[in-house]
Design a protein around this ligand. Sequence first.
Ligand code: SAJ
Length: 441
Amino acid sequence: MTLGDLVVIGLGYVGLPVAAKFAEAGFNVVGIDRDDYKITATNSGISHIEGDEPQLDELVRKVVEAGRLKAEKSYESIESAEYVLIIVETPFEKEIYKPYYSALRSASKDVGKHLKKETLIVVESTLAPGTIDTIVKPIIEQESGLKAGDDFLLATAPERVMPGKLLYNLVNLDRVVGGIDEESTKKAIELYSHIVKGKLYPTDALTAEVVKTTENAYRDVQIAFANEIALLCENIGVDVWTVRELVNKSPNRNMHYPGTGVGGHCLPKDSWLLAFGTRGKYEPRLIAMARDINDSMPLHMSDLCEDALLKVRGTIHGSKVTILGVAYLENSDDTRNSPTLPLKRSLEVLGVETTIHDPKVKSSTTLPIEEDLYGSIKGADCVALATAHKEYFTLDLDRIKSIMRTPIIVDGRNVLNSEICIEKGFSYLAIGRPSKIRCPD
Ligand code: SAJ
């Protein structure tokens, strides 16, 4: 017995878990992707998703073995599907200040080509407000000759996943479901109630697009506020971490963490998607400024390193800086939009030789990573702490001091104890803290 034929377009870190959960719920699921590796892995019952994703490997194997999930390149399965989910990437091209919708456009076109009447289409990708109405709907109508609302149903149900908690978030977090009409919203809520235990909130498509981009813009602004206060504290000589702790003692305050910057697959782009959706109608100022502040933090880290190297070594050229952490998030292996990358580039422009260590991220030709922590620090003039991996909270400072050429520490994530670093003879600088530079005797 099956609950129906369901197609998922895009077997990425969102699409694969969604396809597997619908298959487990009793749907016949076909996952469509253009990547042969993802197709082969999935049909072998293997999750291709990097990193530790509890229960995902086991779930994919189970549903593939049960014949409920298969992956293919062809879009033909749409011709017999009652449900089609579009879950493709929607990056933002800041250089041209536009979303990069080629995957969304081609998926919409291919859906249209194979669409049959009465199908429900749901887009999970994060969209600039207005995308369903001005891009997805017209392309599908154009290709299919069918009319949205009359001949097929269309909604958006943005995901709220997070690396490391893909299945947990997918099942347990509340979700907004926005249709182009009430029937679309209703049917989409019925569909997702098969896999989502969280609450499903009905709304319209435009509101759902605004909610998703706003919830991440909100967090980005919160982080930018913490970063601005950190820069202020550095310049007036107080410790932002003490300020933050005491501010948050006040009711209804929740000052976030300042740091090396904001990376990941969501926050760096969703504010721009929101702004793009309001272009010509309202130009957001605060969220654009927040993006600029957060993007400036890796460059500020570079300034702190440069400042210390010039004062302690008398020169920056030829200095060696070891950057600890390239994952954008602590204890993760995900490097998407990592702040460490602009930090590395900024230092290298100054003539600095950089080495990167990260206990979670594999080395590659494009991004060489030292595996040996202390080996990566040997001979360095500065250690820049960019990611708060748990391994870095127990650094042996005496050992580091004995193997560095110049004992300078720049702490971007409040990992180390400033007093202890200074006691042990380091020049210690940190985001949000007054610098303590020990010039050579
Ligand atoms: N960061 C700070 N200060 C903070 C919090 C985060 O600098 O106080 C930095 C992190 O180091 C990282 C970046 O921001 O570089 C993003 O961190 P994040 O904790 O927001 O993690 P993400 O990017 O995985 O965000 C996801 C998002 N989830 C979805 O889009 C479905 C986001 O909406 C969630 O709010 C976030 O997880 C969460 O709350 O955990």
